[in-house]
Design a binder for this molecule. Structure first.
Ligand code: ATP
Ligand code: MG
Length: 490
């Protein structure tokens, strides 16, 4: 038996002590033990004990018990949110699994040995008792941590037949920890892959999100494909396998999508963007036509069909509506024309309206992922910075007389000016003052000032108006150079 004292967070230590003082055993267990042994900070803390849920609640009056698995949430009032609730679960022994999802029966309080046997992977089945510093590791978890292996506890095939979600957990953990899946475990996953079809979409979605959020989602999806699991996760993706693209691409459609997604992960971009990258060319297979003229494949309209396919696939996985809409939009507009030397401001405005101003940066990032995913080495950040400068330019309010709190009509009705060029000159003279001091842009001040200007002779007023126009142009230019400086373009 191995004894080694770990410094645990105060709250964890206290919960364990309270249980031991009340005469029960308390072990820290599962992912948090694995994480400490790896030198990482656990995301949550689990304890296991020989006390029943009722006995646990008697020790911790400030606790809640709202499930069928025996897990009691103990409130610690710790400021660290990973420690605010510590989950304490009685040792559990599980009965038969007849639906590949959940045990038919759960028994509490049998023994730690039984509890360790029901756990999914050896690295998750190490227990540590704070009171004594004792490690209980009956399935070789520490050995596998050293070898960096995900290995099922017990007989792998049986374990996956019990609960098929464990297969996704294996892939997710291997991606999170950068561990390999031990070969017998992998063989069993391949053999029982079909059972994943019985798992609820919500649970699959949660694991998929976590896979995408890791640093190596490409490796994880490749394993899922190899083991025959991918078709139960995102079936649409497999359609791109073996579909060659045009000469600009080094990879088939599947690999291109996956590589684009991996680039989003490399950049640390959002999971939404990773999803959009994964789906962006999903409909290329059905949109592919041979062009005699180009002697190459074309994919007209694949972004329109692809957007629908992505939407349906994500809805099936019960993704939140906002995610579905956002990904569908990004896929729909990923072919946007982006040459900053040729595009007009009004075209940029249309893209902004289509994809939404809140998504425009991600649309550009998707373009970067798309490029990198073809196997072309460069991101071309310069062109995209130029494009972003155009976006800012298209979005800002122009500097002109329209921004004044009075208009030509006011000058005629309130001040008595006659229609004609004098109205324009007065407005430009007002604009010059407002540019100088924006505080002056009030109706009262401008009307008063207009009366003075209105009493002036035409020649003098014309000079003032033209000076105002000059000031307007200068101000415009200054704004544009600010935008360009911000995006480091000229
Ligand atoms: P993380 O907290 O990083 O997701 P974790 O390993 O702690 O990883 P949890 O979902 O918090 O995962 O589960 C806690 C522990 O419960 C696991 O370490 C494992 O021992 C056990 N466990 C969770 N899900 C299963 C399952 N489907 N089958 C068997 N054991 C499981
Ligand atoms: Mg955990």
């Amino acid at each position: 038996m191995q004894i080694m004292k770990f410094v645990l967070p105060d709250s964890v230590q206290k919960v364990a002590e309270a249980l031991e003082t009340a005469g029960y055993e308390a072990y820290v267990i599962g992912g948090c033990v694995r994480d400490i042994l790896l030198g990482e900070t656990p995301k949550d803390w689990d304890l296991t004990t020989n006390a029943t849920p009722q006995e646990i609640q008697a020790v911790f009056p400030d606790s809640f018990y709202e499930n069928d698995f025996g897990t009691v949430g103990v409130k610690t009032r710790d400021e660290d949110e990973t420690l605010a609730v510590i989950e304490v679960t009685p040792y559990r022994k599980e009965g038969n699994y007849s639906d590949a999802r959940r045990p038919d029966t759960v028994e509490f309080g049998v023994s730690l040995d039984e509890d360790l046997k029901r756990r999914d992977f050896t690295v998750n089945a190490i227990a540590y008792r704070p009171k004594t510093g004792e490690f209980v590791d009956q399935h070789g978890g520490q050995e596998d941590l050293k070898k960096r292996l995900i290995r099922a506890v017990g007989e792998p095939k049986r374990r996956f037949e019990e609960d098929a979600l464990r297969m996704m957990r294996a892939i997710r953990l291997s991606a999170e920890l950068d561990f390999a899946i031990e070969s017998e475990t992998a063989v069993a996953m391949h053999a029982t892959a079909e059972n994943l079809g019985k798992i609820s979409k919500e649970r699959i979605r949660d694991e998929l999100m976590r896979i995408l959020a890791t640093k190596e989602p490409m490796a994880a999806l490749s394993i899922a494909l190899k083991l025959g699991l991918l078709k139960y996760i995102v079936p649409d993706l497999e359609r791109g396998i073996g579909i060659d693209q045009n000469q600009a691409h080094s990879y088939d459609v599947f690999e291109h999508n996956v590589r684009a997604m991996q680039h989003a992960a490399d950049k640390g971009w959002s999971v939404d963007l990773r999803l959009a990258a994964l789906f962006h060319d999903i409909a290329k297979p059905e949109s592919r036509r041979w062009s005699e003229e180009k002697k190459d494949w074309t994919f007209h309209g694949h972004e329109v069909v692809g957007s629908r396919v992505a939407k349906k696939a994500l809805e099936e996985l019960r993704f939140p509506k906002e995610t579905v809409e956002k990904v569908a939009k990004l896929v729909r507009w990923h072919m946007f024309f982006s040459d900053p030397d040729q595009i007009t401001l009004s075209a940029v405005r249309r893209i902004i309206v289509n994809v939404g101003v809140e998504n425009i940066q991600e649309l550009l990032n998707l373009r970067i992922c798309d490029r990198i995913g073809t196997g072309r080495p460069k991101e071309q950040p310069f062109r995209l910075r130029k494009y972003m400068a155009m976006v800012d330019e298209a979005m800002r309010d122009p500097i002109n007389v329209g921004m004044l709190k009075v208009n030509g009509n006011d000058l005629m009705t309130e001040v008595g000016e006659k229609p004609g060029p004098r109205v324009g000159w007065i407005l430009h003279a007002l604009l010059e003052e407002v540019l100088e001091d924006p505080q002056k842009n009030t109706r009262e001040y401008l009307l008063e000032k207009s009366r003075i200007l209105s009493s002036m002779e035409t020649a003098a007023l014309k000079d003032m108006g033209e000076a105002g126009k000059g000031a307007q142009e200068e101000a415009e230019e200054a704004e544009l150079s600010k935008i360009k400086a911000k995006h480091k373009v000229d």
